[in-house]
Ligand binder design. Structure first.
Ligand code: DGJ
Length: 724
């Protein structure tokens, strides 16, 4: 990023950042830390006197029994300036210097590649601390901030307990939405009133978490996907983290986020600095707009996966063979996959030395010679000979107590208090903050990537970290571990430039914008049940675009829920992500295989659209009827799914609208896949289905909608819309 050369006194300006329908007006006058006076709807071109007026209009009254000079809260809230909520920086110098008051000393306005940004340098001479703040508004209107805190004292250390960045939201944002969940049931939304106090989503799992919220959103009551102003915050960090919404008794409201530090985790030596992760804020009129800003920003990055090639349809071996690896069986699976049109074959867990079940061998990253006498060469050759790319599962941070590695280096296990942590899935975690452990894992992965033609690593991480103490003293180690994993991924990607990484962590346990800078795909959930997947994908896509969300067609009877679903529902669900198959199709009927091949072909035909254009979801009155789709920004094509999530809640679901189409364009609506049977025993489908394809104006489809057939639960319609 280049500076435009403007460097000035920090008390100079009110800065107006504008992009894609968003305005952010920041007060930088009088040496205060950046204080947002407006973040939301675009305010248009504002003169400096307009900005002064806006700032004046934003100053709250002084009410009785509070400090005499009320100031708006800055993005790094300071107790010293009368903020009684969560401080931006918590820490101390041997008990002193715990309430900093920063004075901004310089502001650099920096802009590049459509990103409007500035950097503020601030210091607190009394506490001997320096603070640098990066504030950016991306071309898609996404607000990004990060802080660097420096210990400027030449002689004493500063114990840092935490840094959070807070973004103000207006009082009318009185409802909160965040996500929870767990293994095989990630991304369950929860809503509640935004009341006085703090709604805090702290995560001490040492990974992002299968229950991670992805975003905390505040909005005007009743907000939905299509409408209602919303403000959301996310922290791009794969270790312990904190995301929260906080409202004071006088009504000031913020949403904030940062890394969550354990006691003593960061002690800044003289001159040392701590870099916070990036915190992201997104505003929208409706959740679709909020999430589109994330998608558009991710897609604008040079490393975004669709820039180099279409996302390859994947076969993953996990639910097909689990750890029962047998070369002939895998050959046959690869052949069936190739016949179905698959483009990538990922060999999941079970290929390495001594790994016959999940109780052993993690860390022994050598190919098991009993199962693969000639290494992975024959399989990789076979797979590539079929025209498929070869991918491999690894779990680099982990070690089984029953492994050669753990026997040789018990001291490499993260631990504290002179005891080993409780095992989880029978495994422990390697202390990658230890140079020797890091070097071992790097060497093993690099050797595999050098020996075999591996296009993709499925990078798994199957346990939470607790008691994750680093080194001989067992000091809190998640911060170091997270940075080490990022470094490991970065080093491998530099050494093997075509390598892709799929971020998996017991399914969707490592989904965040930190890891996504170095991963092309996330594994959204270990649950391939399409009904659950509808939810997982709907809410994962609040943050990530569909091309980054792995979605597999599982076997007819789900291994995680026992539900049985038609192929049309399983495949129609996977159609909208980065499609894959996770099912032993060698045993499937010829009819199923032919149908599967048709779905794969359909995905390939549509993925250019699905993986680059705007995601839309309709707010339908019937909670069991979900409508989602992808619409080209020039209105030239759209694909929608109309999904019956449960047995008819209402006699008729009513009309469904297909959002996002151009009002005056004449469209042709056709059915790509219809749930079977359409219309239950005692009902008949709405007549338009018999007339399909039908032609009409976009305003009719998006505004008035069409009668939804009364489908069986767990069935769906896939609709295609193109201009006539
Ligand atoms: C958890 C992953 O999410 C699964 O897809 C599979 O890779 C297993 N781990 C393998 O142990």
């Amino acid at each position: 990023m280049q500076s435009n050369g403007r460097r000035g006194p920090a008390d100079g300006a009110l800065v107006h950042l504008r992009a894609a329908g968003v305005s952010v007006v920041v007060d930088l006058r009088d040496g205060i830390l950046p204080t947002i006076v407006h973040w939301g709807k675009d305010l248009g071109v504002l003169s400096s006197s307009d900005l002064e007026a806006l700032a004046l209009l934003s100053v709250p009254p002084v009410t009785s029994n509070t400090v005499d000079s009320v100031a708006l809260v800055s993005v790094v809230p300071e107790h010293s300036r009368g903020w009684f909520g969560t401080p931006g920086i918590t820490g101390h110098r041997d008990g002193a210097d715990w309430s900093p008051e920063f004075v901004a000393v310089a502001v650099d306005r920096v802009s590049a590649n459509g990103v409007d940004a500035f950097v503020v340098q601030a210091s607190d001479s009394a506490a001997r601390l320096g603070l640098s703040l990066n504030v950016e508004l991306t071309a898609s209107g996404l607000l990004r901030l990060r802080a660097t805190l420096r210990n400027d004292d030449p002689a004493s250390e500063y114990v840092l307990d935490g840094v959070v960045i807070a973004l103000p939201v207006p009082t009318e944002a009185d409802e909160l939405l965040d996500l929870t969940g767990g293994h095989t049931r990630e991304r369950i939304p929860q809503r509640q009133p935004f009341t006085v106090g703090r709604h805090e989503r702290d995560n001490r799992r040492g990974r992002t978490g299968t229950d991670a919220t992805l975003l905390v959103v505040a909005g005007a009551q009743g907000f939905g996907f299509e409408r209602g102003e919303v403000w959301g915050v996310h922290v791009g960090w794969s270790g312990n983290h904190r995301t929260y919404a906080e409202r004071s008794s006088s009504g000031e409201s913020v949403i904030g986020a940062g890394e969550l530090l354990m006691p003593g985790e960061i002690v800044l030596q003289p001159g040392a600095a701590y870099d916070s992760p990036w915190v992201y804020g997104s505003y929208g009129d409706g959740l679709d707009e909020l999430s589109h800003r994330f998608h558009a920003w991710l897609r604008s990055r040079p490393q975004h996966p669709t820039r180099s090639r279409p996302r390859p349809v994947t076969l993953n071996t996990w639910e097909a063979v689990y750890m029962h690896h047998d070369q002939q069986r895998l050959f046959a699976l690869a052949e069936a996959a190739a016949a179905a049109g698959v483009e990538r074959f990922v060999l999941d867990d079970g290929w390495f030395h001594g790994r016959r079940d999940d109780t052993t061998a993690l860390g022994d990253w050598y190919v098991d010679r009993d199962v693969y006498p000639e290494g992975l060469h024959p399989l990789a050759r076979h797979v590539r000979g079929l025209g498929l790319e070869f991918g491999l599962w690894v779990e680099p941070e982990m070690v089984s107590p029953d492994s050669d590695l753990a026997r040789a280096h018990p001291e490499w296990i993260l631990r504290t208090g002179g005891r080993e942590p409780l095992t989880s899935r029978h495994q422990q975690v390697l202390d990658l903050g230890m140079p020797e452990a890091y070097a071992y894992v790097l060497e093993r992965l690099d050797a595999l990537l050098t020996e075999y033609p591996i296009g993709c690593l499925k990078w798994d991480h199957n346990r939470d970290l607790h008691d994750a103490g680093h080194g001989p003293r067992g000091t809190a180690g998640v911060h170091l571990q997270t940075l080490a994993v990022y470094r490991l991924m970065d080093e491998l990607r530099t050494a093997h430039p075509h390598l892709e990484i799929e971020s998996c962590s017991s399914g969707g346990g490592r989904v965040d914008l930190g890891v996504v800078q170095r991963a092309e795909r996330i594994w959204a959930s270990d649950c391939n049940d399409a009904l659950e997947r509808q939810r997982v994908q709907r809410w994962s896509s609040l943050l990530l675009p569909p091309e980054m969300i792995g979605s597999h067609i599982g076997p007819p009877r789900s291994h995680t829920t026992g539900r049985t679903q038609d192929l049309s529902f399983r495949a129609g669900t996977a159609l909208f992500g980065h499609m894959g198959i996770e099912w032993d199709i060698t045993g499937s009927s010829a009819q199923d295989r032919a149908e599967l091949a048709r779905w794969v072909a359909l995905h390939k035909r549509l993925r250019g659209l699905l993986h680059s254009e705007r995601v839309v979801r309709s707010d339908h009155a019937d909670p069991d009827t979900w409508v989602h789709g992808v619409v080209a920004s020039d209105g030239s094509e759209a694909v929608y799914a109309v999904v019956a999530m449960a047995h008819r809640h209402r006699t008729r679901p009513g009309r469904v609208r297909l959002p996002g189409l151009r009002a005056t364009t004449a469209y042709r609506l056709s059915v790509l896949s219809a749930a079977d049977p359409l219309g239950t025993n005692d009902t008949t489908p709405p007549p338009w289905l018999a007339h399909s394809p039908v032609e009409m104006a976009g305003s009719v489809l998006s505004g008035a909608g069409l009668e939804c057939p009364s489908m069986h639960p767990e069935h769906m319609l896939v609709l295609h819309v193109q201009p006539v």
